[in-house]
Design a protein around this ligand. Structure first.
Ligand SMILES: [Ca+2]
Ligand SMILES: [Ca+2]
Length: 286
C-alpha cells in the first residue's frame, strides 16, 4: 500500500514542492452562474482547500494551487512550469471575480489587476454542489477538501498514511474493504488523468473522460494484488497496521501486477497508454 501511496503522491511532489498555505475559506466551495445549475450555466468551479476543478461545455481543468496574495487579489498559482494556469480572484459583493492576465504576460507586471484588460468571469456562490458535477467528481471533491494533500507533502510521514487511510475508509470502520480501495484508486487515477491532460493541449474533456473510464476496469486488479499480499489475517480487508508494513515481496508482487496491466493496456487503443506513466511511477520504488 505504501508503494501505491508513494507512487500517487509523487505526482504532488512533482507538481509542487511545497503547499505553503490552504486556499482562504472565502473562496472554497461551489461556484457557477446565477442559477447554479450546470445544465443551464455550462460552467462551474469547485474550489477546495488545495486546488480546484473547473468545467465548462468543452473542457475540464484540475489543478493543485498555491494561493498568493497580490494587490488585494488571490493568485491561484500552479508551478513555474505551467504559466497557462494563472488566475486571480477576489470576492466582490458575495460574488467571485476571476481575472486572467493579458496575452503574453511577462509575469511581473501586475497593472492589469488595477486596470482591467481582460474580461472578468463572475461566479455566484452555490449552496450545494450541482448533482451532475457531484456525480462525476464527488470523490475528487472530497479529496480536495481532505487533509491528505497537506499531510502528504512528505509521503514518509505517518500522518500522510493516517490521513490517507481516513480518506479511504468511507464507512469509518477502520478497515479498508475492496470497494473502498477501488474508490481510492479511482479518485487518484482521475487526479492523474486530469493532471496529465494539462501537458497535452490536444485533449478535450471527452477524450479525458474516455481515458479515465477505460482505466477504471483495471483498478480492481491492483486492489486484488494488494489484498492478496497484505491482508495478513485473511479478514478480506486491510487495517492500518497491515498497510503500514513494508515488505519486499509486496513490492515485487505489485510490480508484477503492474507489468501485467501495462501489457493489457498496450493491446488497447493508443490513448489508453496515457495510463502507463502512472503505473511506471511504481518503478521509482522498486
Ligand atoms: Ca472501511
Ligand atoms: Ca486484514
Amino acid at each position: 500500500m505504501r508503494i501505491i501511496i508513494l507512487a500517487f503522491f509523487s505526482f504532488f511532489v512533482i507538481t509542487s514542492n511545497v503547499f505553503s498555505d490552504q486556499i482562504p475559506s472565502k473562496y472554497q466551495g461551489y461556484w457557477s452562474g446565477k442559477s447554479c445549475k450546470f445544465s443551464i450555466e455550462q460552467y462551474a468551479l469547485f474550489v477546495g482547500t488545495n486546488g480546484y476543478i473547473y468545467e465548462d461545455d468543452s473542457q475540464v481543468e484540475f489543478n493543485f494551487v498555491f494561493p498568493k496574495n497580490i494587490e488585494g487579489w488571490t493568485a491561484f498559482q500552479t508551478n513555474d512550469n505551467e504559466p497557462q494556469f494563472n488566475y486571480f480572484y477576489r470576492i466582490d459583493k458575495d460574488q467571485l471575480v476571476e481575472r486572467y492576465p493579458p496575452e503574453n504576460w511577462d509575469r511581473n507586471d501586475y497593472s492589469f489587476l488595477k486596470n482591467q484588460q481582460t474580461q472578468d468571469t463572475i461566479y455566484y456562490k452555490c449552496e450545494s454542489n450541482d448533482p451532475l458535477i457531484e456525480s462525476k467528481y464527488g470523490e475528487l471533491l472530497s479529496l480536495l477538501n481532505s487533509s491528505v494533500i497537506q499531510s502528504c507533502r512528505n509521503p514518509e510521514q505517518d500522518k500522510c498514511l493516517q490521513d490517507l487511510f481516513r480518506f479511504l475508509d468511507v464507512n469509518k470502520d477502520k478497515r479498508l474493504h475492496r470497494a473502498e480501495l477501488n474508490r481510492g484508486l479511482r479518485s487518484l487515477t482521475l487526479v492523474s488523468v486530469l493532471l496529465g491532460q494539462n501537458a497535452n493541449d490536444d485533449l478535450d474533456k471527452t477524450t479525458t473522460f474516455g481515458v479515465y473510464i477505460a482505466i477504471v476496469p483495471f483498478l480492481p486488479l491492483i486492489t486484488q494484488t494488494l489484498m492478496a499480499n497484505i491482508d495478513y489475517d485473511g479478514s478480506n480487508s486491510l487495517s492500518i497496521n497491515e498497510i503500514s508494513q513494508d515488505r519486499k515481496d509486496l513490492f515485487s508482487a505489485i510490480l508484477l501486477a503492474k507489468d501485467g496491466v501495462i501489457e493489457d493496456i498496450r493491446s488497447l487503443p493508443g490513448i489508453l497508454q496515457n495510463f502507463a506513466p502512472l503505473l511506471q511511477g511504481l518503478d521509482n520504488f522498486n
